[in-house]
Design a protein around this ligand. Structure first.
Ligand SMILES: C[S@@+](CC[C@H](N)C(=O)[O-])C[C@H]1O[C@@H](n2cnc3c(N)ncnc32)[C@H](O)[C@@H]1O
Length: 306
């Protein structure tokens, strides 16, 4: 007996009616049906078969087109990565690692830091506000700040770092960040306006005169997030700007070092005194990291009511 399994592949959308009719025809069961009914069924079946063939053709041409698009996209992506690698290399060596489309450019290492989160938690008004970032290096943090803040101003002493920051800004199409090359030992900060908060990370312990700098920060904003290193009381301490602390030789070869030959690290108590004498009335310790490998470190939020 003839198999009732259809010889053509049935379109998945073929409704049960035509399918049943087809099976009946195949099995010879359609003979008792009125002729015109059989004809109608045959025509329906023919149309379904044609539709299915047309659809298969269309699917196959779409697959070909998709393959072409994927090949073009892979080609464009290869070209993009080639151009990015070249652009980063020409501006290097980098301190920052930047991940783009799954690949890291600049420096290969990437570290995550809670500082941005801590900053916005301490000063929610910085979201959609004006933020100052002294010591902005290659702008990586500045551009992250710019995702939430209305405007960010990055100040950096090394022109090559500002050039890298401008490059990243252009690459990512960030419009609400500006960078200036300036020496924070000298700049009194008055030309940049006032700020809702200052994001001050990794810079205070590179400066020769921390008191003058903190006072200047206090003059442009009532809110200061500070990530800095401090001296231990048992170290070989001395006095500078009326503060007790430790003098550190700066390494001019280090691209992250200060611009003066020495930096001055107040002790933690002296740092607190410096902040309150600069007008901050509320000082919150967010993280105390006495065993940090580069030296004891603290994250603070200092603020005053204006
Ligand atoms: C240790 S990095 C900190 C970078 C970034 N803020 C962070 O915490 O990841 C110090 C940055 O401050 C800059 N810097 C040091 N002394 C400076 C000065 N006197 N004026 C302006 N920038 C200075 C350095 O060039 C460097 O980019």
């Amino acid at each position: 007996m003839e198999s009732i399994v259809p010889h053509i592949s049935v379109d998945r959308r073929l409704s049960l009616g035509p399918l049943e009719a087809f099976l009946r025809l195949k099995a010879g069961l359609g003979r008792d049906l009125p002729q015109d009914h059989v004809r109608t069924l045959k025509q329906g079946l023919h149309a379904a078969r044609r539709t299915s063939q047309k659809r298969a053709k269309r699917i196959s041409s779409l697959k070909t087109r998709l393959g072409e698009l994927e090949r073009t996209r892979d080609e464009e992506r290869r070209m993009l990565h080639y151009l990015l690698a070249d652009a980063f290399e020409r501006r290097g060596p980098w301190v920052t690692g930047v991940r783009i489309d799954g690949r890291v450019y600049g420096r290969a290492t990437r570290h995550t830091s809670p500082r941005l989160r801590e900053f916005f938690e301490a000063f929610p008004q910085a979201s959609r506000g004006r933020v100052l970032e002294p010591g902005s290096l290659e702008g990586a943090m500045t551009l992250e700040l710019a995702r939430r803040a209305r405007e960010v101003v990055g100040l950096e002493g090394r022109p090559e770092n500002v050039e890298r920051a401008e490059f990243l800004k252009g690459l990512f199409g960030v419009e609400n960040a500006t960078f200036h090359t300036t020496d924070l030992e000298e700049d009194d900060l008055s030309s940049y306006g006032t700020f809702d908060a200052v994001f001050c990370c990794g810079i205070l312990y590179h400066l020769a005169r921390p008191r003058r700098f903190v006072q200047r920060l206090a003059s442009v904003s009532p809110n200061l997030y500070l990530d800095t290193q401090y001296a231990r009381p048992e170290w070989d301490l001395t006095e500078r700007e009326g503060l007790t602390g430790w003098v550190r030789e700066e390494d001019p070869e280090d691209p992250q070092s200060g611009l003066s030959p020495t930096a001055f690290w107040p002790t933690l108590d002296e740092l607190h005194r410096l902040l309150s004498e600069s007008g901050y009335t509320r000082i919150e310790t967010i993280a105390l990291l006495p065993d940090n490998r580069h030296g004891p470190r603290v994250h603070l939020a200092a603020s005053r009511q204006d």
